[in-house]
Design a protein around this ligand. Structure first.
Ligand code: SAM
Length: 223
C-alpha cells in the first residue's frame, strides 16, 4: 500500500475542527456543484461508492440529496476516515455506511466493493502516476454493475495543454514534489475508459476549470 506523502500541502488543505472532524475549504466550495451534477446523472437507488472521500463533506451532502442510494465512503488515510465518521455521526443518515479503508492503487481493490451502481471520485487522479491511474480506472470498471455510472471530477489537461495560469502553477508544484504525478490529459482519459469497457456519456465543464467525466459500464455483448 502506497500513501503518497510527497504531494504539496496545497493539494489537500484541511483544517482541524472539533474532535476528529476535518474541514476542506475546497470541498466546501465545490460541494453544491458536485451534488447538483451527481443528482442529475446518478441512479436514484442502489449502491454507491465514493473513492478518496477525504474529509467526508461531499458524501454527507450526496447521501442527504439522494436518499435511496446507499453510500459507501472510503479513503486510504486514517485521519480522513475518522473525519468521515465524525461528520456521519452528526448527520445520522440511514443510507450512509461506515467508511472503509481503501487504496485504489492496489491491484484488485475492486473485490472489496463489487456490484456498484454508481462510483464517485473527486480530485484524486492528479495525485497518482499514470500507471496507478490505470489501476484505478480498471478497478472502477470491475466494481461497476453493467449500466452503472461513474463521475470522475478534477483538474485535467485539455488535449495535452494546461489551460489556465492556476493549472500551470498547480501541475508544476505537483511534478516538483513527485515527477510521476500531475494532471492527466482528457484525451488520455477517454482512451483509458474505452480500454476498460467504459462508455463516455458526457464531459461537463465545472467551476475553477475542472472537468467531470460521466462514464458508464457497458453491458456485455450478447452472442
Ligand atoms: C485532494 S484530496 C480529495 C478528497 C475529496 N475527494 C475532496 O475532493 O475533497 C485526495 C484524497 O485522496 C486520498 N488518497 C490518496 N491516495 C489514495 C489512494 N491510493 N487510495 C484512496 N485514497 C487515496 C487522500 O487521503 C485524500 O483524502
Amino acid at each position: 500500500m502506497v500513501l503518497r506523502r510527497t504531494i504539496p500541502a496545497t493539494a489537500s488543505v484541511v483544517k482541524k475542527m472539533n474532535g476528529d472532524r476535518l474541514h476542506s475549504p475546497a470541498a466546501a466550495k465545490n460541494v453544491s456543484h458536485i451534488t447538483k451534477l451527481v443528482c442529475s446523472v446518478s441512479p436514484k437507488n442502489g449502491a454507491a461508492l465514493e473513492i478518496a472521500s477525504g474529509t467526508g463533506q461531499h458524501i454527507i451532502s450526496l447521501a442527504a440529496a439522494i436518499p435511496n442510494l446507499t453510500w459507501q465512503p472510503s479513503d486510504i488515510d486514517d485521519a480522513r476516515l475518522n473525519s468521515i465518521v465524525s461528520w456521519s455521526y452528526e448527520k445520522q443518515l440511514p443510507n450512509l455506511l461506515p467508511p472503509i479503508k481503501l487504496d485504489v492503487t492496489d491491484e484488485g481493490w475492486s473485490v472489496l466493493c463489487p456490484d456498484q451502481d454508481f462510483v464517485l471520485m473527486v480530485n484524486l487522479l492528479h495525485l497518482v502516476s499514470e500507471s496507478e491511474a490505470k489501476v484505478i480506472i480498471g478497478g472502477i470498471s470491475q466494481s461497476l454493475m453493467p449500466g452503472g455510472r461513474c463521475v470522475i471530477y478534477g483538474p485535467f489537461m485539455r488535449d495535452g495543454s494546461l489551460t489556465s495560469d492556476g493549472d500551470k502553477l498547480f501541475h508544476q508544484s505537483l511534478i516538483e514534489a513527485d515527477p510521476d504525478i500531475g494532471y492527466k490529459d482528457d484525451t488520455w482519459m477517454l482512451d483509458l475508459f474505452q480500454g476498460h469497457n467504459l462508455k463516455t456519456v458526457k464531459i461537463a465543464n465545472m467551476p475553477a476549470n475542472n472537468l467531470a467525466f460521466i462514464i458508464e459500464k457497458k453491458h456485455p455483448k450478447r452472442s
